[in-house]
Design a protein around this ligand. Structure first.
Ligand code: ME8
Length: 526
């Protein structure tokens, strides 16, 4: 018997390592997280874990969006100050992400002094470059969506086209960003980079939107109406529009901007020292326009690199309706976790939603997905470890372990291709197919019959070694979705940790002692 296999990390050469900077949206600190927020965060976490497994140097950012009119109003309704509400909700998101085993490196809050400093510096830079002007705005405003609408858009009913709530008539001084100047450059960028916005439906939607002339963007709100925000550096009677403030969070957390640079030297640090540009912004399709139009044009105007890719996933719906805080039809991921465990919830979210389309939450679908991982993969793990315990005193035989090599090879290729194309659901489906193939292998090889016949002892060794190999590979393939359960299984196999994708195929297993543990995906006791 060998002692638990210690996996030596390959030496990392930081200058040559691929760097990946991944972000989720920063969620509004007006309510608790629900299944929709959990999905985006778990999806980004799965990608972050995958990239780390491939040896990349990863920075993973999430956080809360804490300024704006909605915060001011929600706090007032609850008899709180905006910062009290923000503190409470930031703690609630932070706790939820801890419970869901999210591996972020940074949780940003837009009320942090560092962020306020970066927004100020960013605006100073745009102002110094003549990218901002003031004008009188007359029109309609939706408090809930924090945005202006035209007469035509609100119609005779005077309702917000997005949320259907009544809009207010406003006449006020506003500062505008010359967004329209960047329309052609943005279209060229999208056309020259077909994978910049994925999936293609969202890219086409943005290109369709850009067929209309792009308006300049109002980037301020008068303090007389809204005081809860970042004061404009060039007019202390106004605060920054919450979306501009929020988008800049991605730059703040990258370390690109030196806030001590001062207005004359806007003080952008050496890009080589920061994480900018982001490799991938992940979000729901509801906020694709802000990320694929407002954000890149603001960056162009500030002479900063654009994010490398934008992924806009679909909506979780309940029956036909989008799950949303304001509609009150939300599912609490933390409650589901009590019955199915963290990895049960993560698995369902990643396996059930095709990355680009909508998905409908039902308890039946949740159960069906859980049954799949419990019955196919959980069963494979359980029977393999039981058979090694029963037939070989718990020691993985030193024998050829290539019985499923062809399946392993093709699955690893498929999983890697799907993950690289951000199709996490397909990657997980492909890994599950390997578990199914391995169950088929058990049924064909009939190790219980091999065990009864001493002349077939070598074949039994081969069967068990091949099954141990496939389980090891599966710990690496499922790690992005179910990290805790894969760590448990790696320990049951006598390994210290889940191997990287590369190591999973070659780490020596013969001689390791397996430890039978409780079922990986037990039936929920309800
Ligand atoms: O928009 N299905 O914050 P937000 C899938 N603060 N994803 C959902 C979802 C659902 N039903 N509901 C919410 C904001 N999401 C801004 C972002 S970023 C610079 C500022 C997820 O709290 C999805 O990622 O309304 C969506 O884009 C995000 O939560 C919106 O979160």
């Amino acid at each position: 018997m060998r002692s638990p296999q210690s996996l030596i990390e390959p030496p990392l050469n930081h200058t040559q390592m691929t760097r990946r900077y991944l972000t989720t949206p920063i969620y509004y600190a007006t309510g608790d997280p629900h299944l929709g927020h959990a999905y985006t965060t778990v999806l980004t976490d799965a990608l972050a874990r995958y990239y780390r497994q491939t040896g990349a140097d990863v920075r993973f950012l999430t956080g809360t969006d804490e300024h704006g009119q909605k915060m001011q109003e929600t706090a007032a309704k609850r008899d709180m100050t905006p910062i009290q509400l923000a503190d409470q909700m930031a703690a609630s998101f932070d706790a939820a992400w801890r419970d869901l085993n999210i591996s972020h490196d940074r949780f940003i809050r837009t009320t942090e002094p560092e962020h306020i400093g970066v927004v100020t510096t960013f605006l100073e830079r745009l102002w110094a470059k003549g990218q901002i002007y003031d004008d009188m705005y007359t029109g309609w405003y939706c408090i809930h969506e924090e945005r202006y609408w035209t007469e035509k858009e609100v119609g005779a009913e005077r309702l917000c086209p997005d949320c259907q709530r009544p809009v207010e008539f406003v006449k006020e001084k506003n500062y505008f960003f010359r967004m329209s100047d960047y329309q052609d450059r943005l279209i060229q960028h999208i056309e020259a980079n077909p994978n910049w916005i994925v999936p293609a439906t969202r890219r086409n939607e943005i290109l369709g939107f850009l067929k209309q002339p792009l308006q300049d963007l109002s980037i301020s709100r008068p303090k007389s109406r809204l005081s809860w925000g970042v004061t404009l550096p060039f007019d202390s009677d106004h605060v920054c529009y919450v979306w501009v403030d929020a988008l800049i969070n991605y730059v703040t957390a990258s370390g690109l901007l030196d806030i001590d640079g001062g207005p004359d030297q806007p003080g952008f640090s050496d890009p080589g020292d920061s994480w900018w540009p982001a490799s991938l912004h992940v979000m729901g399709k509801d906020i694709i326009t802000t990320h694929a139009v407002y954000w890149p044009t603001l960056l162009m105007a500030a002479d900063l690199a654009l994010p490398e890719q934008i992924l806009a996933h679909g909506w979780w719906v309940m029956e036909e309706t989008k799950m949303s805080k304001s509609l009150g039809n939300v599912v609490d991921p933390l409650e589901l976790r009590e019955d199915y465990g963290t990895d049960g919830v993560r698995w369902y979210l990643l396996r059930d939603m095709p990355t680009g389309s909508d998905a409908s939450y039902t308890p039946e679908r949740f159960q069906a997905r859980y049954d799949e991982i419990a019955n196919v993969f959980g069963n494979l793990a359980n029977r393999t470890i039981s058979m090694i315990s029963k037939y070989r005193d718990g020691i993985i035989p030193e024998a050829a372990d290539n019985g499923l090599d062809a399946d392993i090879e093709s699955t690893m290729r498929a999983v890697t291709d799907h993950m690289d194309a951000l199709r996490v659901h397909d990657a997980m489906a492909a890994a599950m197919e390997l578990a199914r193939a391995a169950n088929g292998y058990v049924d064909t090889r009939e190790p219980w019959a091999q065990a009864k016949d001493p002349t077939r002892s070598e074949y039994l060794d081969e069967t068990l070694a091949s099954l141990a190999r496939v389980l090891t590979v599966l710990t690496a393939l499922f790690l992005p979705a179910t990290p805790q359960k894969m760590a448990d299984l790696a320990r049951q196999l006598g390994l210290e940790a889940v191997p990287t994708l590369e190591q999973a195929r070659s780490v020596p297993l013969g001689g390791l002692e397996v430890q039978k543990g409780p079922p990986l995906f037990p039936r929920p006791d309800r």
